[in-house]
Structure formats: structure tokens, C-alpha cells
Design a protein around this ligand. Structure first.
Ligand SMILES: *Cc1c(COP(=O)(O)O)cnc(C)c1O
Length: 379
């Protein structure tokens, strides 16, 4: 099956007891057994829930993964990967990482003896330089947030495997519609389902997919032991949202391209970050490993100052000032003051994330209205 068909049908069967075409919300904590240990495959809802199982199969299929598991948030999915490690293990991570991942790694897991090294992964040689026999995991995020750098999943996966490390990719920004890390050699794909997959800004959820049974069994053990599972109502909402993922992504990409080009030609704009530009330093790689360039765009105005940036942010009417991304509605954000505030300023500016950067999550509204809003906000 192709992507759009899978988005609607993968993992979904009519309910056997009623024929309901939509997967019911199995709002139950437990399941009645015929005798001790004699049951229908469902014992307790932390361990298994049919609404969750349908969604896990669906997203796994979109990522060409044999196995998939959903978690209560993107962060709990990420934490599950880290919990497979042991004290003394080392992790090499993309430098301009999602702020919450940086906080989780440095403020929660370094104290348990896991070492995290943050490097610029655009040059794969940098990975070769810092990788050791203690490196057990490479954590890649691409496109990066908010710099929109592109990292070569295939090359870095090969380096990781040569040194016996597993490779995980946070695929939130691309969505499975634009990029499938497992097909490029990664061992684990992670999503903040909250963003493009759910797509309607009404759910917090995470996902992990893999083709490796041993890894999936570890994830299942942690999912059940730690218990950061999503509720069935949220799983239903995501099952509903995911049915239009391909259509939404097409429009996010179309609108993103128009907005990126508009900003690039705007007299008051100094820099625009979007991997679809031919002069983007990683454009050829983006073309190779992605099927489109998405609707995430960052920019910096000319004669920039924090005051001017804050004043511009206050002028948007249709773009809402909010954290998050990937929903149907357009959002504008201030990475240094919002999503990336948990990363120390010295670390932020090294990667180019200045206090004057503005980030857009271009939604699926009519493009003329989006451009009109930008026009008045940038005046
Ligand atoms: C939002 C986000 C996360 C965290 O996901 P939550 O669902 O908010 O816990 C992780 N990585 C990236 C790239 C994100 O955008």
C-alpha cells in the first residue's frame, strides 16, 4: 500500500463485536478473564489497549517499521530510549536539539552517569572524532529546530553501526510523510506525535518505531514498567488526525514554499532558513533524504534587536504566538524565549540561534491570508 492508503487503513479493522468502522475508544482499565490467566490478549490497560494497538500499528506502517509503540508524550518516548542505557554509556547528539530533549539529557540523565556530547552533525567527520567504544547511542534530529539544518541519516547511521552504537532519529519536524529514517539505516525512529501526526493541536503523545525485535521488546518492557502510556481517547483523536496526514503535509509544503520565498524577497528580512532553497547549505542532502521541504521556516530581520523582534511578534494576527508546531493552524514562535529557553544562551548562539530569530509553523490556511498577515506584521 502507498502512504495515503496506509494513513487511512493500516492497523484498522472494523470492530469485531459491532462492525463499527472507526476503532472504538476502549475506555477501560482492565479486561474480564475467563479464568486466571485465560484472556483475549488484554489483561490491564497500561500493558495493552485496543485503541492504542490500532494506532501503534498505523504509525509503524507509515514509518515502514515492523514495531511501534505510543507514549504519553514525545518526551516520554525519548526517555524510553535513554532508559535502555546504563551508567557509563555515552550518547552523541545533534547540537541544535529540541530544548526539552536537551533538558532531559543534561538535567535528568547526566546525574545517573550517562554522558551526552553535543556536536554539529552536519559534518559526519565530527561524529568520527568523538565516538568511542562507550558510545551506545547516536541521537539525530533532522531537520533541526529552529535552524533547519539537515543531517545525513544514512552516513551517520553507518558510522554508528561501525562502532557498535544504535542510531535514533527524532523525525518530528519531517513527519513520516517526508522522511523515513529506518529506510535510511537508523535503528529507532521517534516522533512527538503531538505535532504533524496528530496535526490538530489537541493531543500530547509520542511514538517509537523500530525493525529490531530486541529493541522493541526493551521498549515494551519500559512502556509497561514506567507506564507513560497515552489514554484511549487521545489515541482515537490521533487515529482521526492521521487519516489526513498526507493531504495536510502536501499543503504545509506548498504554503511553506510560498512563505519562504516571500520572506527571502522581503526588503526587511536578513536571513531565511528553509531547506528548500537551492542555496541552503544542505539542499542536495534534503532533496535526497526527504520527499519535500515542509512548512517550518525561521528568519531574522534586518537591523534586528530584541525589541524589534518582540514588536514584530506582537503584530501577527492570523499566525498565533505559541509554542509547538505541525498543527493545521499557523503559529509563530520566538525560539530563544520559548521552545529553546532551557538551552543556555552561550550554547544557543554557537549554532546561530540568536535572540532575534523568529520561527514559523506554516499551517494549511489559504496562502493569500497568510501572506497578508506577514505583510502587515513585517511593515
Ligand atoms: C515537541 C517536540 C518534542 C517533545 O514532544 P512532546 O510531545 O511535546 O513531549 C521532541 N522533539 C521535537 C523535535 C519536538 O518538536
Amino acid at each position: 500500500m502507498k502512504f495515503g492508503t496506509k494513513a487511512l487503513h493500516a492497523g484498522i479493522e472494523p470492530d469485531p463485536s459491532t462492525g463499527a468502522i472507526m476503532t472504538p475508544i476502549f475506555q477501560t482499565s482492565t479486561y474480564v478473564q475467563d479464568g486466571p490467566g485465560i484472556h483475549k490478549g488484554y489483561e490491564y490497560a497500561r500493558t495493552q489497549n485496543p485503541t492504542r494497538s490500532a494506532l501503534e500499528k498505523n504509525i509503524a506502517s507509515l514509518e515502514n517499521a515492523r514495531f511501534g509503540r505510543c507514549f504519553a508524550s514525545g518526551m516520554s518516548a525519548t526517555e524510553t530510549v535513554i532508559k535502555t542505557l546504563r551508567p557509563g554509556d555515552e550518547v552523541i547528539c545533534t547540537g541544535d536539539l529540541y530544548g526539552g530533549s536537551f533538558r532531559l539529557f543534561t538535567q535528568m540523565y547526566e546525574q545517573f552517569g550517562i554522558r551526552f556530547t553535543f556536536i554539529d552533525m552536519r559534518d559526519a567527520k565530527n561524529v568520527e572524532e568523538v565516538i568511542t567504544d562507550k558510545t551506545k547511542l547516536l541521537w539525530i534530529e533532522t531537520p533541526t529546530n529552529p535552524m533547519l539544518n539537515i543531517i545525513d541519516i544514512e552516513t551517520i547511521s553507518a558510522i554508528g553501526h561501525k562502532h557498535g552504537a544504535k542510531v535514533a532519529v527524532d523525525n518530528t519536524f519531517a513527519s513520516p510523510y517526508l522522511q523515513n529514517p529506518l529506510d535510511l539505516g537508523a535503528d529507532i525512529v521517534m516522533h512527538s506525535v503531538t505535532k504533524y501526526i496528530a496535526g490538530h493541536s489537541d493531543v500530547i503523545m509520542g511514538f517509537l518505531g523500530t525493525n529490531d525485535l530486541a529493541i522493541d521488546e526493551q521498549f515494551g518492557f519500559i512502556q509497561n514498567s514506567s507506564g507513560a502510556v497515552p489514554g484511549p481517547q487521545d489515541c482515537f483523536l490521533v487515529l482521526r488526525g492521521v487519516k489526513t496526514l498526507h493531504i495536510r503535509m502536501q499543503r504545509h509544503c506548498e504554503n511553506g514554499e510560498v512563505v519562504a520565498k516571500y520572506l527571502k524577497n522581503h526588503p526587511n528580512i536578513d536571513k531565511v532558513f528553509w531547506p528548500g532553497f537551492e542555496d541552503h547549505p544542505n539542499h542536495e542532502l534534503a532533496k535526497k533524504q526527504m520527499r519535500g521541504f515542509g512548512g517550518m521556516i525561521s528568519f531574522i530581520q534586518k537591523d534586528d534587536s530584541l525589541e524589534k523582534t518582540e514588536s514584530t511578534l506582537g503584530k501577527f494576527k492570523l499566525f498565533s504566538l505559541a509554542e509547538s508546531l505541525g498543527g493545521v493552524e499557523s503559529l509563530v514562535g520566538h525560539p530563544s524565549g520559548m521552545t529553546h529557553a532551557s538551552i543556555p544562551k552561550e550554547k544557543r548562539v554557537v549554532g546561530g540561534l540568536t535572540d532575534t530569530m523568529i520561527r514559523l509553523s506554516v499551517g494549511i490556511e489559504d496562502i493569500d491570508d497568510l501572506i497578508a498577515d506577514l505583510e502587515q506584521a513585517l511593515k
